[in-house]
Design a protein. Structure first.
Length: 136
């Protein structure tokens, strides 16, 4: 009896006091299955197994590449948002500095112009300007 479906009869196990020892036929069947399994393993994978493994490897690499691409896109998007914000802040800062400089400089130029006028002006001679209807 080398059939792998042969099992100890329930009556035999009950009579033996519940011992669950495998029979010699079960041991021989297991050894034959194990020997066959090991021989198949030594022969290597079949063409179908190789094809299935190659396909799963391609899919895994494609998924990893896709994940890497998504990560890179996310990094670039975050960097773009950050750089956009920093550019906005730099532009606003430049406008503020220019405004403060221009107001201060404008005020200084007006003051310098008044001082120059006072220093260089001749006494003002008043003259009468004729109106259009008075004739010449």
């Amino acid at each position: 009896m080398t059939d792998s479906t042969v099992k100890a009869s329930p009556d035999a196990t009950m009579e033996d006091g519940g011992a669950m020892e495998p029979t010699q036929a079960e041991i021989d069947a297991w050894a034959a299955r194990e020997r066959k399994r090991r021989e198949e393993w030594l022969r290597g994978p079949t063409d179908e197994e190789r094809t299935a493994y190659a396909q799963s490897l391609r899919q895994r690499r494609l998924a990893e590449t896709f994940d890497e691409g998504e990560r890179k896109i996310g990094d670039v998007a975050r960097m773009g948002v950050r750089m956009g914000r920093e550019t906005q802040l730099a532009a606003e800062g430049a406008v503020r500095i220019f405004y403060r400089w221009s107001r201060r400089t404008f005020d200084e130029l007006v003051e310098a112009g008044r001082e120059w006028e006072e220093e260089t002006s001749l006494p003002v001679r008043r003259r009468r300007v004729p109106l259009d209807d008075e004739g010449s």
